[in-house]
Design a protein. Structure first.
Lengths: 306, 327
């Protein structure tokens, strides 16, 4: 197990290095950053001055090592637009995104997994069909539209929840519903199909042949094997919920990372964009690594020679 | 009268399909005495596995199972078979499967899988259950059993896994063990070991053994009694000795003729095969199911019911022309 974890961590480290190089490179694929900072009306001399001031005249590798060195010490540079440290800006916004993402993820799991299991127990039963309707509608309805409708109905017509912002916890209710509704279909369907596969295996039959009651057969024998693919998917889903909530944050006017990324792109605030990409990518690396380790805990075959 | 471990009359299993009801088991009578080894033989699709699975009550919900009588371990399970079977599973009757690799849960330790049944049924403590698991593993020939309880199935070979499955089935000290092609997935040398083990355990523990197989070599090695199944019914039933020496059903004769005999069957010569193929089992069937492939079939074979002809003690044939079959 220990060797599995250390191998997995080494891979994660290599991925982190690649990711950092890519997010650093983004700064330059979009054109000369100095000209971008100088703006449309900037003169060539301004751009040249900026180039020297920001160190863009140095060799790329030096700039990269400089940037990564700073990043490792927690310094992600200065925001060009606000002229304050990037970490400070991100720090102010990350809480909203994490709260929204994690709560939506938990809500989605709590609904999707039991529903997927129940659907698998009686394929084509009424519950399975109901779950299919949820899944199809969840995948078909764009979340921005659902978000707007929810605001109109529950915010404007009924006035049950605030229509925008997250100053109070009530502000999170609609975004969480919309975001988890977006995440539920995939989680539910992988639970359902995994469960159907596992329920047809001989070891589930063997468990029933031992005279175990159905709830134990499901919880101890079936679910544990059925969640293996779910774990990997859930890690990616959580990453998406944390990084992909740009639309939701915009619709509900929540000041999270997604919205910050969008605004910073519009302002050509490249250090902020760069940092957000780095943070979110690293988050993916951490999540998938954790998922792999969790899978190894659940499935001894993945641990290699034990 | 010997004591019966299992007595089933007129067992029927039907499975709904898009093309109609598939009547896979069409009225099977099965009796197994205490301590008897009965082999249920037949080709793929003849209903032998469904028969065994229905005895365990493990068929999927959509399968329709009926019987006129269903007695196991001295209990009349009557009509509410399923609920009562659930209570007998793992205690009075246990089952081992064809492929031991897929019959062991890959994510649970051997110890857990062996002990979970008896810890529930007999309210054994963990250490008591572990002690019994060690005893059973030792009995089925797993070396160093105590240390292996904490290991996972993937650390064992195929033959060892089948031994573990057998140990697991015996944990609840059942009277009846159902083995569904227990050697099919194993190497030939391992097959022999597992069969020997089953035979030993059967003798030592006084088990009744219902062994499903299509391998007549297995039958010869282990069976007291053989029931030959064809198209959902039992065509012939006899003691193993008598069945091999004097088969009476044309189908049984065909099966036995198809076994190559070293030294007798010439190399490269074609083995005799039964012409035609198994009839479809959807819908009802009139008369003898084998008549289209039978060399001695006549007009009387179309009539229902096909008579069950008794030939001596414990030997019965479902064939109207049984008397004409040259013994």
């Amino acid at each position: 197990m220990l060797s599995f974890i250390s191998k997995r961590l080494l891979v994660a480290l290599l991925v982190c290095l690649t990711v950092s190089a890519l997010s650093f490179g983004l700064m330059f694929v979009s054109g000369d950053p100095a000209i971008a900072i100088a703006g449309a009306g900037g003169r060539a001399e301004d751009a040249e001055a900026i180039r020297v001031a920001y160190g863009f005249d140095r060799p790329l590798i030096v700039q990269y090592l400089d940037w990564i060195g700073n990043a490792l010490t927690g310094n992600l540079g200065q925001s060009i637009y606000f002229n304050v440290p990037v970490t400070e800006i991100i720090g102010n916004r990350v809480g909203v995104t994490l709260t929204l993402g994690f709560i939506s993820f938990l809500v989605a799991l709590v609904i999707a997994v039991p529903l997927g299991v129940a659907a698998a127990l009686r394929p084509n039963g009424w519950l399975d069909r109901f779950a299919l309707v949820i899944a199809v509608s969840g995948q078909a309805i764009p979340s921005f539209w659902l978000g707007l409708m929810a605001i109109v109905v529950f915010g404007v017509w009924y006035g049950w929840v605030p229509i925008s912002g997250a100053d109070t916890w009530q502000g999170y209710i609609l975004p969480v519903i919309v975001l988890s509704y977006y995440a539920i279909p995939e989680l539910m369907r992988i639970t359902r199909s995994g469960m159907i596969d596992v329920l047809a295996t001989d070891y589930v039959r063997a468990a029933r042949a031992k005279g175990l009651p159905m709830h134990l057969v499901i919880s101890r024998h079936a679910l544990r094997n059925a969640v293996l693919p779910l774990v990997s998917l859930a890690a990616v889903q959580l990453g998406q919920l944390l990084s992909g909530s740009i639309v939701i944050e915009s619709v509900f006017a929540l000041n999270g990372l997604g919205r910050l990324a969008w605004e910073s792109l519009l302002r050509s605030d490249l250090p902020v964009v760069q940092a957000i990409i780095l943070v979110l990518s690293l988050l993916y690396v951490v999540l998938t690594t954790l998922a792999d380790i969790l899978n190894a805990v659940l499935d001894p075959r993945l641990r290699g020679n034990s | 009268m010997t004591e019966m471990m299992l007595d089933i009359r007129n067992l029927k299993v039907s499975i709904p399909t898009d093309r109609g009801m598939l009547n896979a088991v069409r009225g099977v009578d099965l009796q197994i005495a205490k301590g008897e080894t009965l082999c249920l033989v037949g080709e793929s699709g003849c209903g032998k596995s469904l028969t065994a699975t229905s005895i365990m009550g493990l068929l999927p919900r959509y399968a329709k199972v009926t019987s006129d009588r269903f007695e196991m371990a001295g209990q009349d399970l009557g009509t509410k078979t399923d609920a009562k079977l659930a209570k007998l599973r793992g205690r009075d009757v246990a089952m081992i499967f064809q492929d031991p690799t897929s019959a062991l849960n890959p994510t649970l330790t051997i110890g857990r899988q062996l002990t979970e049944g008896v810890m529930r049924h007999e309210k054994l403590s963990r250490s008591e259950a572990d002690a019994r698991a060690i005893e059973m593993l030792d009995r089925v020939g797993i070396a160093n059993p105590a240390a292996r309880l904490t290991q996972y199935p993937h650390g064992f070979s195929g033959g060892q896994r089948q031994r573990i499955m057998i140990a697991s089935a015996l944990m609840g000290r059942p009277g009846l063990l159902i083995a569904d092609e227990p050697t099919t997935a194993l190497d030939v040398t391992i097959q022999a070991q597992i069969l020997t083990l089953l035979g030993e355990l059967q003798a030592d523990l006084g088990l009744s053994l219902l062994l499903i197989t299509h391998d007549l070599g297995v039958v010869a090695a282990i069976a007291d009694t053989v029931a030959v199944m064809y198209a959902g019914r039992i065509a012939e039933r006899a003691s193993a000795v008598e069945l091999f020496a004097a088969p009476r059903h044309p189908y049984t004769k065909g099966l036995l003729a198809a076994i190559p005999v070293p030294g007798v069957t010439r190399r490269g010569s074609e083995l005799p095969a039964i012409p035609g193929r198994v009839p479809g089992l959807i819908g009802t069937m009139q008369g003898c199911a084998f008549r289209d492939r039978c060399s001695i079939a006549g007009p009387e074979c179309v009539h229902d019911p096909v008579p069950l002809v008794s030939i001596g003690k414990g030997h019965s044939v479902e064939c109207v022309k049984a008397a004409e079959v040259p013994a």
